[in-house]
Design a protein around this ligand. Sequence first.
Ligand SMILES: *Cc1c(COP(=O)(O)O)cnc(C)c1O
Length: 584
Amino acid sequence: MESYYDRINRQQNTQDIEDVAEFYQAIDRGHLTKKLSPERPYVYFTMEVYDKTNGIKGGGGLGVLAADTRRVAETLEIPFVCVTPFYRHEYHQGIYGLDQTESIWGVNPEEHGFEYLDDVEIYTEGMPPARLNVFQKIFSSTRFLTIGEANFGELYAGDGNGDHRLYQEVSLGFGGYAALKMVGLRPAVIQLNETATIFAAVARLDELVHNGMNLYEAIVYVRKHTLYTNHTLVQAAESEFSYDQFSRIVMPNIKSKALKTWLSGLFRDGRLKLSTLTIELAEAKNGVSRLHARVADYQDVNGDKVKFRAVTNGIDLDTWVIPEIVSVYNEKGIIDKFGLPSDDYKERLDDLKIDEIRGLRKIGREKLNQVLEHRQDQYGNPVYIPEDATVFDFKRRFVSYKRPLMPFEDISILRRILEENNAHYILTGKVHQGDTEMRTRLNQVLKLIDSDDLLRERVHYIQDYDEELGFALAAGSDIAINNPIVGLEACGTSFMKDIANLKVLISTADGGVADLSPIACLEIVGASYEAEVRSLYEQMLRAARIVKNDTWYEGQVRRQLSGYLPVISGARMMKDYLQLVFGK
Ligand SMILES: *Cc1c(COP(=O)(O)O)cnc(C)c1O
């Protein structure tokens, strides 16, 4: 049986388009054939990519988004370059004695088909230059350009405001920009996936000024060609660095004196937030869902409120949806050859009948069991879910705002829901290193489960959450639970994987789910935490009844897809970005 990674590797695009010009026409942007070319591509800088098929393991949604964006560009044949570190170390989670442990595994680009190009140098005051290896991997119109060295450290290593993190960010920005020049590319636009990538725009600015452009003209030029994508809600949470750190780690990489002076002028009380710098250098700015763009509270260097546009994240359907379902979407004309929902997709969803839905869900369940067979639960054992059982799942990082343990508030109710419905509950997600509070909570819940015969049989915590598990649960569980505190999830994409795979979603009205109002799934509501917990249990009972009833289930699947298919479509996200950056 083909594994998840083999399938993704095979790059089986369901779309069949002649040429990217066709897509540009379809989105009413015919002029893009003149703006984007193989030598002048769309360039995407990101500190994180989650694409284990190509050897790059991420930490969460930001990396999944980056990997999906490149895959969608590849399918649409858009000239696109993703510039990112290749970390030689990656984190894995294990559970021993019902407690989380972390291990770091080595990895290198050559094992994953990357080609070594050359080195770039990064300068730090008082140190010999650091030599970073540039590796490339090309996939038709797109490529990864990666930078890294043996001591680069792992993703999000150390303190977010520390010297090493700044070194990683400077390396990506200046080193990545030099790598683009090395392969003869000039960006048509630079998309900054979060502010940690801002040094790419600084490097471009420095080059323009060094080549003789006046600093202020250069700033205008860079602003016009830079897009800042924000995933963080409050500016207070953004990293900041001291003037001393900048002098030692950033400035030695800048040639222009005028630029150094300008940068120095942005410091307040000896500190500079990268978000402040990013806001100065990017004209187009977006949040990653409607709600997020509305509530993101940022000020520019003068204290004026920043306006964010909304481009809700989407997913690459070929990556996250079982191929059998994608084929049905295509055959029924629910999505078009670009991966966009067709004009009449809502009517066409009426062709999706319960027998077909159940047949597809059965295939999904088999895929889930295939993956669970080589994974480990909290006791180190594989799990098998019987075909006739109903499965609930929670799969996302264990951070407090996502409230992973909410269903365990009253285990007598949870026990009853699982027992009466022949249901299982699968959880997976890593606690962040250093989050002792969540780690303690997780340990308590694992012990609670262990102390109860029924829960021990039916609640499975699967170790080391990753893409394979994310896909398997999207494909083979029945009911997904997404319950972030309203206002705190920037977008979230796992709910999209769930809906696209014909599951039932239970969610709070947050992130991308709240792009629709009212939301088009089973909603968790409540004026207090206790009320939300009650609402969650009610919706779990309701969902369990829905999946057993043909009419209700068919209706629920259609209602969710009818609302969210445009949100979910990665091609729609690409269309939105192209329209935002390049206008008419
Ligand atoms: C889809 C996915 C994510 C994104 O999840 P959200 O919490 O919904 O943003 C993170 N990690 C993995 C492994 C995924 O597959």
